[in-house]
Design a protein around this ligand. Structure first.
Ligand code: ASP
Length: 597
């Protein structure tokens, strides 16, 4: 039974036609002996009517059908009786009067309802176990379609700009200075391992040496990190590298791509160019390198005000080179004790000892620290922070980056509390894109107790800062850029180092990677750069997150057909699993951990 139409297609124009439809039984009901089936396929729903009187055999077989069974139906398109049309369906004026019914598969009762509203309330583990049913839900199917259309727009955009799509290996070599990697044992080389590619970074740079000039790949990347709503162990990047380009060129290229996606997927015209913000300013004003600029609540810097203060805590922070920052959460003086505890915990999780505050109610400053302030300091605070009745002001005194980070987090929490009270409105369709630029080339890593590349070690320094590499390396800015949307980092990249001597210097002198390691890990790249490496730069964009935004969901699992759970498991296929002793022997692997429970 070959179908003649899809289930979203038939209208009054088809009246009288003999048609064949195929699909899933969305619902089935018996009304006084007449059986009605809502037949569904990807395109829509058509009502099928079976009259057992005139078609006894089909009627008897239809009686065994359950929802989600798969059938084909032959019949005539007829007008629904007056008063029974369904205006919410494209096919709502007609029905198909069935003359034949073929049953392909009788479904068991699905373990959860497949409509959107009820399906959304179901436990996600159950949805992931029966993902093939979950993906039948209109919302999930729409997400898959938006993902498909987005990648098509991306490919067409770059194709039109002369880019070549090149696949790079997934089995790469271990580069332990990045994120934690997945290792793949080599059967042919006992005791040796491949690593799954964390990103095609080194290959795309090598492709520039190879003369490809404009590279694009929609690339799968693998990182063994703890999973969150916006992080999966394997994820997809729009990965790009270009020769003979500067930062401005990259900005324009990606603004063009995003404008095209927003136009074609959402019908929205994005204004370009996007604003830019230097890393230092982003930290100073928003306390984070991916600021959500859809609302104000900006941080103020009070270091100079309190440098001469008799309030020791603030004065000594200023004296030791730290910063005193404050945030006026306007209108949040009615904060509850529970909410306050939540804020204190958030601050403490970032290393704060507590969270100093001033609450202003009925003209009175209520605060354990206000007794330490002089009248002049209070006047300066009022003026600088625009303090009014109903406000609450939070303080952080710590090394600059930490003070910013603490209040940056408090800012976001306060915005959520103000939204809850209806005192702050963020329109759902506001898209605040922003380039964050002028990052430091290196950042001190508390855990590793040394400086690490802020982006990655291939990022070129800002040319005028190169002389500082020897004298004051921590002041060197990198030619690195991040694209931020509404407080989320969508992508990042950099102009790269293309001269082997400078790259070697960054590895050895600045990042202090021992010479033997530089040779074993990056020797091939340094060698490649000795054979005519063009100046180049690139960027990578998280496709999953981008599509999640376009679909209006916060979880990237909703836009990945077969995601892993937070515990890194595939509940449908049930992986990971133990393997046989022979497989392990062949791979020269001995498992020493505890046996599975
Ligand atoms: N490879 C980098 C990343 O995955 C992006 C880039 O520099 O192009 O974050």
């Amino acid at each position: 039974m070959k179908r003649t139409h899809d289930c979203g297609q038939l209208t009054k124009a088809d009246l009288g036609a003999t048609v064949v439809l195929a699909g899933w039984v969305d619902s089935i009901r018996d009304q006084g002996g007449i059986i009605f089936i809502d037949l569904r396929d990807r395109k829509g729903i058509t009502q099928v009517k079976l009259e057992p009187n005139s078609n006894a055999d089909a009627g008897a077989r239809a009686a065994q059908l359950k929802a989600e069974s798969v059938v084909s139906v032959t019949g005539q398109v007829t007008l629904r009786p007056v008063g029974t049309a369904n205006p919410s369906l494209a096919t709502g004026e007609i029905e198909v009067d069935a003359t034949g019914l073929e049953i392909h598969n009788i479904s068991e009762t699905p373990p959860f309802p497949l409509d959107d509203a009820e399906g959304d309330r179901v436990n996600e583990d159950l949805r992931l176990t029966y993902r093939y049913l979950d993906l039948r839900r209109p919302r999930m199917r729409r997400n898959l379609e938006i993902r498909h259309r987005t990648t098509k727009v991306v490919r067409d955009y770059f194709d039109a700009q002369g880019f070549i799509d090149v696949e790079t290996p997934i089995l790469f070599k271990s580069t332990p200075e990045g994120a934690r990697e997945y290792l793949v044992p080599s059967r042919l080389h006992p005791g040796e391992f491949y690593a799954l590619s964390q990103s095609p970074q080194q290959f795309k740079q090598i492709l520039m040496v190879a003369g490809v000039e404009r590279y694009i790949q929609i690339a799968r990347c693998f990182r063994d990190e703890d999973l969150r709503a916006d992080r999966q162990m394997e994820f997809t990047q729009i990965d790009v590298e270009v020769s003979f380009i500067d930062r401005e060129g990259i900005y324009a290229l990606f603004e063009g791509m995003l404008a095209k996606i927003w136009k074609e997927i959402l019908g929205v015209n994005l204004p370009t160019p996007f604003p830019r913000l230097a890393f230092r300013e982003a930290m100073n004003r928003y306390g984070v390198d991916k600021p959500d600029t859809r609302f104000g609540l900006e941080l103020a810097d009070l270091t100079e005000l309190f440098r001469p203060s008799s309030f020791k805590l603030f004065a000594s922070t200023a004296a030791s080179g730290g910063a005193v920052k404050a945030l006026n959460a306007k209108g949040l003086a009615d904060i509850t004790q529970g909410e306050m505890t939540g804020l204190e915990e958030a601050a403490k999780s970032l290393g704060a000892k507590g969270l100093a505050f001033i609450k202003v109610e009925s003209g009175e400053w209520k605060s354990p620290i206000v007794k330490f302030f002089t009248e002049a300091e209070k006047a300066a605070l009022t003026q600088q922070l625009g303090i009014a009745d109903g406000d609450i002001i939070f303080f952080a005194a710590a090394p600059w980056e930490k003070a910013c980070a603490i209040l940056g987090r408090i800012r976001l929490e306060c915005a959520a509390l103000l939204q809850k009270r209806g005192k702050l409105a963020i329109p759902a369709n506001q898209w605040n894109f922003l380039w964050v630029v002028d990052f430091p080339l290196m950042t001190y890593d508390e855990e590793a107790k040394r400086f690490l590349a802020t982006h990655h070690p291939f990022t070129a320094p800002v040319p005028e800062d190169i002389p500082l590499l020897d004298s004051d390396p921590h002041r060197v800015r990198g030619q690195h850029y991040d694209l931020v949307l509404n407080g989320m980092e969508l992508g990042g990249g950099s102009i790269r180092i293309h001269q082997p001597a400078l790259q070697e210097k960054v590895f050895k002198d600045v990042l202090k990677i021992p010479a033997e390691l530089v040779e074993s890990r990056f020797g091939y790249l340094l060698r490649a750069f000795k054979f005519g490496a063009p100046p180049h730069g690139g960027i990578a964009f998280g496709l999953d997150r981008l599509v999640a935004l376009l679909c209006g969901t916060t979880s990237i699992r909703d836009v990945i057909a077969f995601p892993k759970t937070q515990k890194a498991q595939d509940l449908m296929a049930q992986s990971p699993t133990p393997v046989t002793a022979k497989q392990l022997r062949d791979l020269h692997i001995a498992v020493v951990g505890p046996p599975p429970a």
